[in-house]
Design a protein around this ligand. Structure first.
Ligand SMILES: Nc1ncnc2c1ncn2[C@@H]1O[C@H](COP(=O)(O)OP(=O)(O)O)[C@@H](O)[C@H]1O
Ligand SMILES: [Mg+2]
Length: 265
């Protein structure tokens, strides 16, 4: 179990997270949804040791992390796939993968690479190519694959579908479900809240650094308050309209018709 207990954290003098507590069980997908600036990325930074918390604690399988050390978090079994992908464009796909394996030695590196390519066969022919030459979707796959190289028991995913076309998003979500079914605990931060909630066993709404609602993923999805406050800019009807448009785009993509919405595939 990954557990946050009463986490308070922020930048400079400003407190952003006001006492967060939640857990991510192994094999579960836990979705964290919330508006821009709510503190979602900040939460992930605290867990992965990029940001020191001011109060509270992070525990991984019953062990408390000292905090503020990314190495410690990786060793404890946590991998963070940051927002915006952040692959190194001027390094090859293989070199990017190896960055995720810096704590891994010898034959294990080859095994981990194989496991990552098994999940993302899209990357297997591209190992020698610069990451910058990949499509946006392939870069997101590479970012997740890099996170997998440390064989994490808990994977923190920050807006993995951001900017991706529906079909690529679907593929990324498939992989997330597979990793969870293999036993990895997933903390999924998504701006694409509707799909994240559909996939998640547990979910919560983060508003200005506080959890204001939590429950089963589908339960939150069915909650008119969530739809009003987060998923819909306005009404449930408008949100349903967007979902219908998304579904139509997906069906179009699957049937091979043109689906150019101007976003990066
Ligand atoms: N490095 C930083 N320095 C100062 N303030 C920051 C920094 N990163 C984020 N913030 C502030 O913290 C708040 C939460 O940001 P963030 O965790 O990125 O939100 P979210 O991921 O939910 O959009 C925002 O008000 C943001 O401006
Ligand atoms: Mg963010």
């Amino acid at each position: 179990m990954l557990a946050l207990v009463d986490i308070r954290a922020g930048y400079d003098t400003e407190e952003i997270l006001h006492g967060l507590s939640f857990t991510v069980p192994p094999g579960d997908i836990v979705a964290m949804v919330g508006a821009n600036g709510a503190g979602k990325s900040t939460t992930l930074k605290v867990i992965s040791g990029l940001l020191r918390c001011r109060r509270g604690r992070v525990e991984v399988d019953g062990r408390r992390l000292a905090g503020a050390s990314t190495e410690e978090a990786v060793r404890a079994g946590v991998a963070h796939v940051p927002e915006g992908r952040q692959v190194f464009a001027n390094m090859t796909v293989r070199e990017n993968l190896l960055l995720g394996a810096h704590a891994v030695r010898g034959a294990a590196v080859a095994r981990r690479t194989e496991a990552a390519l098994d999940v993302f066969p899209e990357l297997s022919g591209r190992l020698g190519d610069y990451a910058g030459s990949l499509s946006g979707g392939q870069q997101q796959m590479l970012a997740i694959a890099r996170g997998m190289m440390s064989a994490p028991r808990y994977l923190l995913l920050d807006e993995p579908s951001l900017g991706l076309a529906p079909l690529v998003t679907k593929r990324i979500f498939e992989v997330i479900a597979r990793l969870a079914s293999d036993g990895t605990g997933i903390l999924l931060v998504e701006q694409n809240g509707r799909q994240a909630l559909g996939l998640a066993q547990k979910a919560f709404l983060l508003e200005r650094g506080t959890i204001t609602l939590s429950g089963g993923g589908k339960e939150l999805l069915a909650n008119p308050e969530v739809v009003e406050r987060y998923l819909g800019v306005g009404t449930a009807a408008a949100a349903a309209g967007r979902q219908a448009a998304w579904t139509a785009a997906l069906v179009g993509a699957l049937s091979g018709s043109s689906n150019d919405d101007g976003r990066n595939a």
